[in-house]
Design a protein around this ligand. Structure first.
Ligand code: ATP
Ligand code: MG
Length: 234
């Protein structure tokens, strides 16, 4: 059984249907990347999975349970954490406060988890008292990811974690993502830096026009001439 299984998901905004029946899955331990042109509905799919956009028809199952009618707070509790494409930190709070906010639904003592995050992201530890708004783009992204990890998710959904970063930093973000995966967290990513993301992915999907177009292993998508021409810059 897949960890996450979205089947024939239809979703949209108001009168407009954006996803016309999209199906994807993530198995335990996998990194899965979704690529596709701007505006095709990648972020909408992520939001539908975590309950921020209503699933009109179709289903989202997580660990065998239908979560497609749950509120975002409930999907978080079930082990799904989502880092949105933008506005994913609190700029006027310090780094430590951001991490504490990330743990808001935890009832136990989460200080040890903050220490673990500082081990995983040493940059953040050095500036723990700094206002998050002063961080560079790359560090912000790390903080956003660390914040989501505060809840010990089973599956982490990252919407364009490397967007807008300098090439050197893009590489660092992907290294960190790989490290997170090695701690046992499964990952579903949306990425514009498709080539690099597919390289570390077990599988990938090409979404286009609100429908799935192609599903394959990361290497197979990288070697697919049509995918290369349309989505990987030749
Ligand atoms: N809140 C909203 N209300 C109405 N339309 C929306 C809303 N959010 C997104 N859309 C529209 O839905 C479509 C899909 O948007 P979405 O953000 O899911 O695409 P995307 O694949 O993530 O694009 P990008 O690569 O630019 O991030 C777009 O046409 C967008 O304009
Ligand atoms: Mg998007």
């Amino acid at each position: 059984m897949a960890l996450l299984e979205a089947s024939n998901v239809v979703a949209g905004y108001g009168e407009t249907e954006i996803l016309h029946g999209v199906s994807i899955s993530v198995n335990k331990g996998e990194i899965v990347t979704i690529i596709g042109p701007n505006g095709c509905g990648k972020s909408t799919l992520m939001k539908a999975i975590v309950g921020l956009v209503r699933v009109r028809t179709g289903a989202v199952r997580f660990r065998g349970v239908d979560i497609s009618r749950l509120e975002p707070e409930q999907t978080v509790r079930s082990g799904l954490c989502y880092v949105p494409q933008s506005d994913n930190i609190f700029p006027s709070m310090t780094i430590r406060e951001n991490l504490e906010m990330g743990a808001f639904v935890r009832r136990d003592d989460f200080r040890h988890r903050i220490d673990e995050m500082f081990e995983l992201f040493p940059d953040l530890k050095r500036s723990a008292r700094m206002k998050a708004g002063r961080l560079s783009g790359g560090q912000r992204q790390m903080l956003a990811i660390a914040r989501a990890l505060m809840l010990d998710p089973v599956l982490l959904l990252l919407d364009e974690p490397s967007a807008g970063l300098a090439p050197g930093l893009i590489h660092t973000v992907f290294e960190r993502i790989r490290g997170i995966n090695e701690t046992g967290v499964s990952l579903l990513l949306v990425e514009q830096n498709a080539r690099e993301s597919l390289r570390m992915s077990d599988r990938g999907y090409v979404l286009s026009g609100g429908d799935n177009q192609i599903e394959d292993s990361g290497p197979a998508l990288l070697n697919n001439p049509e995918v290369g021409r349309l989505y990987l810059g030749g």
